[in-house]
Design a protein around this ligand. Sequence first.
Ligand code: SF4
Length: 336
Amino acid sequence: MSAVEPNVPGSAPLLRIENLKKTFSIPTTLFRKPLTLTALEDINFTVEKGETLGIVGESGCGKSTLGRCILQLISPDEGKVLWLGQDLTELKPEEMRKRRQDLQIIFQDPLASLNPRMTVGEIISDPLRTLRPDLSRTERRARIIRMMEAVGLLPEMINRYPHEFSGGQAQRIGIARALITEPKLIVCDEPVSALDVSIQAQILNLLSELKDEFGLTLVFISHDLSVVRHVSDRILVLYLGRIAELASGEMLYTDPKHPYTRALLTAVPIPDPKRARMRDVEELMGEVPSPINPPSGCHFRTRCRYAIEKCAAIIPPLEEIPGGRLVACHRWKEID
Ligand code: SF4
């Protein structure tokens, strides 16, 4: 079993993920057994109240699957999702429905995630239909208006339809919908990757303002380290369903330990001459291998310039190293 972050005595983390595993069965031809895709394995981490945890990795590394397991939109095969100490994987559907008020999601493609036949007011208030049926019509409308104002939409837009909005405005609608139940934690799944660069900064700034205003905790998923860096207190790097590294944003950027993190960083502008020199030699090579048939031992070994024989034979454990950070690499001490 990998290292589990130590608990601070007397303070249970808001969210604790323990030994999470998720596989998918992939159908093949009629007479052959389905293949197994391991999307997540041996995932352990915590999220503290008020924190923003960035989750980063290339497409196909399991980031969105992890976000959906946290929210119980899909069930993990093994492991626990402890919300304030309560294991969400063991809750009955009715109990989980009550918990949903605390746990919301913002999706990647804002326009595609909004029902084109519903008005903005209906979209934003939709979660309240099932989660807060006790609210009166007037209370519901007051909440919608408050959320529209909080995300920078004019209340007079309440009866408009999604196609009348730009991508950035549509994402503001998605954020208002996530906020309306007054959640404690929001999983932001690539919330700006479908937007123009100029709009991305506006949405990132909005999310960090709302985090302060509403006392939110965020899990921020992105394939882009420069986006995650902008918003995260700590960053978890995923590679082919396993944690490669977990550290504070500052440590990860100034002193990355895992070769995969170092390779991802070559794509991010950093005003550091030492790291700039590293760029040419550490650039990420090739594609992510198929998670149906990942490399033996360390999954990153086929793209790692530091790989040795041991890397093909033994999966590197996730070790706690000085600075309270976690890294899964046999050679992290030798790499600088
Ligand atoms: Fe590279 Fe080996 Fe470390 Fe994996 S364990 S990242 S292959 S050096």
